[in-house]
Structures are given as C-alpha cells and as structure tokens.
Ligand binder design. Structure first.
Ligand code: MCA
Ligand code: AMP
Length: 510
C-alpha cells in the first residue's frame, strides 16, 4: 500500500501551479469565458480561508453549505480546505426538517445558505452564524468577502489525517450518519485517478454534476486540480448543452442518467464526440446495454468506476485495456479489495458472490460521533464493509451483483427505503408500506411505494403524494404509488421485496 504521505495536498497543488503558471485556466462557463485562472483560484481560496479565521471558525469546525451550484460555492469548499475547516455540503432538495436535523447533529460554526432555503428553516441553534449565498453569486457571504483584507498566500500545513469534509449518508436503519473524510483520502484519490485516467494539464472536463456529493465535489474537481487541467462549470446537467460543448472539452464525468439522456440526442455520433478522449460513469450501475449503445454510436467505450462516500473511488475499468460492460474494473492502485462471505466475514474464493470489502488511503476516518457504527462497518484489519455484493471474475474484473443494503439509486442519488416507509406509515389511513426500486429508463431505478391501507380507509396516490410533499426531498418521493390488500411475506414474516420488485418491474418500461 502506498504511504499516506505520498500524495500532494490539493491546496499545495493549487499553490504550486499558481506559482509556476498563474494564468493557466481553471474554470470556464458554458460561453467559454474564463472565470478563474490558477493564480486567481489561489487568491480567492486564500481570501475565504482568511475570512473564516476572522469569523472565528477554527480548523476542525464544521462549515455547512446548502447552496446552489455556483463558483462561490465551489470556492467555499476550497477555502475551508485551505483553512482546515470541515466542509459539509447538503443537497438543496432536502426538506426543512432534514436540514434542521443535520445542523443539530453536526453543530457547525457557520452555515452558508441560499436565502430561499433559509426562509423555510425554523429553530436554528442560537449562536449559529448564518450567511446567505444566492445561486447568482450574491448574498451576505459575498458582501463579507468583499470586506476581507489581503489574504495570506502561503497555506498552513495540515496533518493529512485531519478531517476535510463531512458528508451525510443515510442508513438502512436509524438516522443518517456523517462520514468524516480526511485530507489524505481526497489527495490520495485525486493523485491515483490522475494516473489511472491519464489526466494532464491539457484536459478540459465538463462539470455538470452537483457539488453536494463526492462525485462532483471531489472526484471531478480535485482530480482536475491535481492534473492542473480545467473545468467547464455548468449549473446542472442538460444533455443538449453538454453535447454542444463536446468540441471544447476532452472529458466528461457523469452518472448513468447522463449517458441515457445523451443517447436520446439524434446528433450524438462519432464526429460530435471526436474531441472527447474519455467518458467516465459511476455512482450507479451503468447498464451493459447503455455501454454498448454508446460505443456503437460514438466509438467510445464508457469507462465505469465504483466508489462510495466513505471510500472515494475503489475500482476502475482500465484506461488502456478492455473496458468491460457490466463491470467496474480493477481495484485502483493502493486499494485492497476482497470478497467475503457476508455471514462469516471469511475470504471467498474467486468467482463467488460475496460482500465487497476495501482498504486503502481512500477510506474515511469514521462516522461522526458514532464509534459504534464505525466499528460495525470496519474489520479489525482495516477493511471497510461496503454493503455492496459482488464477485471478481476470471479476468480479475470486479462485478457488482447487488446490494446487501436496502438502497435505491435514482439518477445517481441514494434513497433509503426505510426512511420513506416511516414517513408513509405516519400518514393517515396507512396500515403499512414497502418501498422498492424498479427499473426506470431515465433514472436507472425509480422509487415505488406499495401501500396497505387501514381497514375501511380510502386512499389514493394524490393523497399520498400530497402527504409526503414537505416531509421528503423531491428525489426521494415515489414516482408511483400502488395499493395492495397485504404485502408478500416469507415464513419469518419478513416482507419479500424481491417479489414486489418482480411484480412491478415493468411499471416504467415503454
Ligand atoms: C431530480 N429529480 C429526481 C432526481 N433528480 N428524481 C429522482 N431521482 C433523481 N436523481 C426530480 C426533480 O426534483 C424533478 O421533480 C423531477 O425529478 C424531474 O427532474 P429532472 O429535471 O429530470 O432532473 P434533473 O434536474 O435533470 O436531474 C436529474 C439528474 C440529477 C441529472 C440525474 O439528479 C443529477 O445530476 N444526479 C447526479 C447525482 C450525483 O451526483 N450522484 C453522485 C452521488 P419535479 O418535477 O417535481 O420538480 S454518489 C457518489 O458521490 C459516490 C461516491 C460515487 O460513486 O460517485
Ligand atoms: P454513496 O453512498 O452516495 O457514496 O453511494 C455509493 C453507492 O453507490 C455504492 O455503495 C454502490 O452501491 C453505488 N455505486 C457507485 N458506483 C457504482 C457503479 N459503478 N456500479 C454500481 N453501483 C455503484
């Protein structure tokens, strides 16, 4: 395994490039205008770090951000990284109740929030400093920054094990857990991916992912910084816009929905993608069919990789060598991966399905204030139990076969059925419910609720949708609601979700 200290810190890399080549482009908008070069990137990042110190935010303190994707939002992450504060991004789709819970749990010293979302929040902790940041780059945070003095352009030294970020992941049971990600996980993953995916300073990545998750925030951003390349920074994914930008770019990172939506464009072909050297997919399974269709139309074999919030990236199909559809490739350098018997934890022989476990510098350091959960998910020899089931085939490729955890991935976003079921069960007239994921042509999987009404109650889909509206983020809400007299159960009384998935698998098929 590579040593933890072998990887350059992201901030040190920004400073190194800014010293050598300050005018090198870092960020452009969709019109091709240069928004930041590396010199300016360093300056702006340092200025935010200076302001954080001025506001009394200490290294190790959490800074929560619930903001639209924007350049100031990206810089806030990097400013926290420079200063040593723990960046904690939240999905803008979360409801007020969800956000209140995250804030109470994380106890941040600063909340930077979109004013529209702030208006919905009640009962924020007294003493919490709140600044606003609008999607158009205005707000009290920007006003404050304008008053900050000249920044110190030499960054402080940080322990690679110091926490850099905290991202919440839900669970099959109980409340969400904050995965604490150390600096070392970010820098090691970025350095390893630059090599694995052959990124150089000449690369231009189309950045259309949200920046509240590992994929868009760390994998896309840190890897390009580490290579000294640049980003075309888009507020969201729009297939036609992304396609129109291909001649100006060399790479795209996305979730499978990006590729299924690109495939709906008649103008997608070899010529239109001729300038791109690499298409990467992850966060959810890429259908082998999508991989094949995309290759047929464009000549590009999408490179699929596999990661998690707790582990950053674990495996990748090869850059050179065959990118095999339906697999996530080989463990990345420095990452140990094994398949174990989920019941005993013993190593499985090659070819058998079991629990995927990983170890390496890419791992998180534990769940926030939850040593018990951390201990449950970590083996004594340092392997993390991913909750994903898979096997290693004869050629050494890792195949993800299913999930040991009850999880739906819709358009690359995780939805934990237990959470949705609890909300549905609280609605008037509901006896019980089961929430499942079924195949969906656009989102990969769609959330479906199967509900047993209470005796005598008359329920309809509209009532359920209305009841959930303010209680769950939009992406977690069922795309279809079905009513049944009872749920299928096995002899132990456990709901047979497989039977439900089988029954409703055609719901969204054309
Ligand atoms: C939006 N909606 C969704 C989703 N996104 N519903 C279910 N699943 C979704 N993913 C809702 C919207 O609120 C809207 O509701 C309706 O569905 C249609 O929205 P649409 O305009 O089609 O959506 P969109 O804005 O185009 O977004 C779809 C998207 C987006 C492009 C797939 O969700 C996206 O960028 N996903 C990527 C997520 C990601 O970065 N995942 C990485 C996490 P209404 O009509 O009612 O308003 S995993 C990770 O980081 C690990 C480490 C890894 O391996 O990478
Ligand atoms: P998150 O908790 O948001 O980090 O999501 C991580 C989960 O996404 C993993 O545990 C996998 O279940 C899933 N995932 C990520 N990449 C892939 C992939 N290429 N194929 C299948 N599942 C994936």
């Amino acid at each position: 395994m590579a040593r933890m200290t072998d990887y350059p810190d992201i901030i040190a890399t920004i400073c190194r490039i800014a010293d050598a080549d300050p005018a090198r482009p870092f960020l452009r908008n969709s019109a091709g205008e240069l928004l930041l070069d590396y010199g300016r990137l360093r300056h702006e990042t340092a200025r935010i770090a200076g302001l954080l110190a001025q506001l009394g935010v200490r290294p190790g303190d959490r800074v929560t951000a619930q903001v639209e994707k924007s350049v100031p939002a990206l810089l806030l992450y990097l400013g926290c990284h420079w200063h040593g504060a723990v960046y904690m991004p939240l999905n803008g789709g979360y409801t007020a109740a969800e956000v209140a819970w995250f804030i109470a749990d994380a106890e941040p010293s600063l909340l930077v929030i979109d004013p529209a979302w702030l208006a919905k929040l009640a009962d924020l902790p007294a003493g919490l400093r709140i600044e606003t940041l609008d999607g158009d780059g205005t707000g009290s945070w920007i006003d404050l920054l304008a008053t900050a003095g000249d920044p110190e352009l030499i960054p402080p030294a940080h322990d690679p094990e110091a926490p850099a970020a905290m991202l919440y992941t839900s669970g099959t049971t109980g409340k969400p857990k904050g995965a604490v990600i150390p600096r070392r996980a970010l820098s090691s993953n970025a350095a390893i991916l630059v090599d694995a995916w052959h990124f150089t300073r000449y690369d231009v990545l189309i950045h259309a992912l949200p920046i509240f998750h590992v994929h868009g925030l760390f994998i896309a951003t840190n890897t390009l910084i580490c290579a000294g390349g640049s980003l075309i920074f888009l507020p969201r994914f729009d297939a036609a816009q992304v396609h129109a930008l291909f001649p100006q770019a060399t790479a795209l990172m996305g979730v499978p929905t990006f590729y299924t939506r690109l495939l709906t464009l008649r103008e997608l072909n070899r010529k239109s993608t001729g300038h791109i050297r690499l298409f990467i997919s992850g966060s959810a399974p890429l259908l082998a069919e999508t991989h094949r269709d995309f290759e047929e139309r464009t000549g590009h074999a999408i490179l699929e990789r596999y990661g998690m919030t707790e582990t950053q990236m674990n495996t990748s199909n090869p850059y050179d060598g065959e990118r095999v559809a339906g697999t996530v490739g080989f463990p990345l350098p420095g990452v140990d991966l094994r398949i174990t018997d989920p019941a005993t934890g013993k190593d499985n022989a090659h070819g058998e399905i079991g629990m995927i476990e990983v170890r390496g510098p890419n791992l998180f350091s534990g769940y926030w204030r939850n040593p018990q959960k951390t201990a449950e998910d970590m083996r004594a020899d340092g392997f993390f139990i991913t909750g994903d089931l898979g096997l290693i085939d004869e050629a050494g490729y890792v195949r993800i076969i299913g999930r040991g955890k009850d999880l739906i991935i819709s358009g690359g976003l995780n939805v934990y059925p237990k959470e949705i079921e609890s909300e549905i069960d609280d609605l008037p007239g509901v006896n019980e419910s089961a929430v499942i994921g079924v195949p969906h042509p656009d989102l990969g999987e769609a959330v479906v609720a199967v509900i047993v009404p209470q005796a005598g109650a008359t329920l309809d889909e509209t009532a359920i949708v209305a009841g959930l509206k303010d209680r769950l983020a939009r992406f977690k809400q069922p795309k279809s609601v079905r009513f049944v007299p009872e749920l299928p159960r096995n002899t132990m009384g456990k709901v047979q979700k497989n039977a439900l998935r089988e029954e409703y698998k055609g719901l969204f098929q054309p």
